[in-house]
Design a protein around this ligand. Structure first.
Ligand code: EPZ
Length: 430
């Protein structure tokens, strides 16, 4: 199994091209099941999760072709992928495929809307909490679906004539359940109003793409989304928005190691709250025509408290990385996780590098230390694993991160992007 070897201590200087967002690409790919026409997605990142979803969509009958081409954007990769599901050959998403990635459960929305039925295995994904599916079931039931859970599968059937528009307010904000309800409602009869919807940029991106396919969605990006059902959707061409979590991760890496890096092809508006927290820690962040410039030249890393929240709050997907940064701050900071109940597995691994962190319920207290020291550590989930990489960049000596398959789920060409900026990072095979 591969490991990542990091020799810490170098500042980061140069350009890092930001990839298309994994968490936008996945629901966009799933939306292709809503039409028998071709959906073309540009700027799709090359990641293990995307490859896994390609297999899942193929199982439902999607014909998928990939154009890999090098774009002249600091030679960043961008893939254009065409998805055509002329007919849905199978409305079952089996355990073997769905258990590896939670987002694959989301096929339930398009399959139900288009075919009137879906049988989807209960999902898997990163071990960061219990992650139930009750909100999906409630929302789809409100759209008229009959749902049963049998043998580890959610079996959903639409009424004769299809799903029916409804007013449904989520008791809790869920990104995935908002994606699924929005997709399912595009082909429902009548108008659907979703209350307490997730406002994440990825929800907005999905709505933009669905509208390009002929859907009538308004309000995405606010807590109330209105969807006027249409009888069918067509193909479209859509560019996946930049990855705000990758952006924030590299910004935190620079804030930690020092240096001067242009994060190319991204947009500060996607992560204002996180950028503000990084600024308060002492880094300078400015928007430029081609992206975001992050600079830290000497000076202490100041302690900053954060609380994770749904968008526009501080993203849970940047919590582990920010904890890495705070581990080297000049004081005491607190990080509170409100989205997932078990998203602190990086704490004990950061401690191996010398971080001083104690947990009390959902809040971590971080007493900054002057020096972190390299050590062997183990990746536990996607974002936790990258927090270990950036902490390793700022530690003295060698850090070896094992179980790097977690990283490959969500960070495109991580070693290459960091190496080009002066870091010593390499993949080693055992
Ligand atoms: C999405 O997951 C992201 N995944 C996650 O990123 C991200 O951490 C999360 O949103 C929150 O921002 C993708 O976009 C592919 P939720 P999702 O439903 O949709 C609870 C990463 O590292 N809940 O918004 O699964 C749930 O347990 C991943 O890229 C229910 O209670 O998250 C959690 O506490 C990890 N019942 C909260 O809602 C439900 O039916 C928010 O989860 C559904 C969710």
């Amino acid at each position: 199994m591969d490991r990542i070897r990091i020799v810490g201590g170098n500042a980061l200087n140069g350009i890092i091209p930001i990839s298309g967002a994994k968490n936008a690409a996945l629901p966009l790919m799933i939306a292709s099941l809503l039409t028998d026409d071709t959906l073309t997605l540009e700027n799709v990142p090359h990641l293990a999760d995307v490859e896994q979803l390609i297999r899942i969509l193929g199982n439902h009958g999607a014909d998928i072709s990939v154009n890999g081409r090098r774009e002249r954007q600091s030679e960043g990769y961008s893939r254009t992928i065409h998805f055509t599901s002329r007919t849905i050959v199978d409305t079952t998403a089996p355990y073997e495929l769905v258990s590896r990635m939670r987002a694959s459960f989301w096929v339930i929305g398009p399959l139900l809307a288009r075919e009137g039925r879906a049988r989807v295995s209960l999902p898997g994904g990163c071990a960061i909490g219990t992650r139930p599916v009750d909100l999906f079931i409630e929302a789809l039931t409100a759209l008229g679906a009959k749902i049963e859970i049998d043998g580890g599968y959610v079996e959903a059937t639409a009424p004769k004539g299809g799903l029916i528009g409804t007013h449904y307010t989520f008791p809790k904000v869920s990104v995935g359940a908002t994606h699924v309800t929005m997709m399912a409602a595009t082909l429902a009869r009548g108008v659907t109003v979703i209350g307490n919807a997730a406002q994440e940029p990825e929800v907005q991106d999905l709505a933009r793409c669905l509208n390009a396919m002929g859907a009538k969605i308004s309000g995405a990006g606010t807590p109330t989304i209105t969807i006027e059902g249409v009888s069918q959707l067509s193909g479209a061409r859509h560019r996946v928005l930049p990855d705000r979590i990758e952006t924030g991760t590299y910004a935190m890496a620079v804030a930690m190691t020092g240096g001067d890096v242009l994060l190319e092809g991204t947009d500060a508006a996607l992560l204002e709250t996180a950028l503000e927290a990084i600024r308060r820690s002492g880094a300078e962040i400015t928007s430029t025509e081609s992206g975001i410039r992050v600079v830290r030249n000497g000076g202490d890393i100041k302690p900053v408290d954060v609380v994770t929240d749904p968008f526009p709050g501080f993203p849970t997907d940047l919590q582990a990385q920010f904890m890495g940064l705070m581990a080297k701050s000049s004081g005491v900071s607190h990080i509170t996780e409100t989205i997932f109940e078990n998203r602190f597995m990086h704490v004990q691994e950061l401690a191996r590098l010398g971080a001083k962190i104690s947990l009390s319920g959902q809040t971590a207290k971080i007493e900054g230390v002057e020096r972190l020291r390299g050590a062997p550590v183990m990746a536990t989930d996607l974002r936790a694993s990258v927090s270990l990489v950036i902490a390793g960049l700022a530690a003295e000596g060698e850090t070896l991160v094992s179980r790097v398959y977690h990283l490959d789920r969500g960070f495109e060409r991580l070693e290459e992007k960091l190496t080009r900026c002066g870091a010593i990072v390499e993949r080693v095979s055992e």
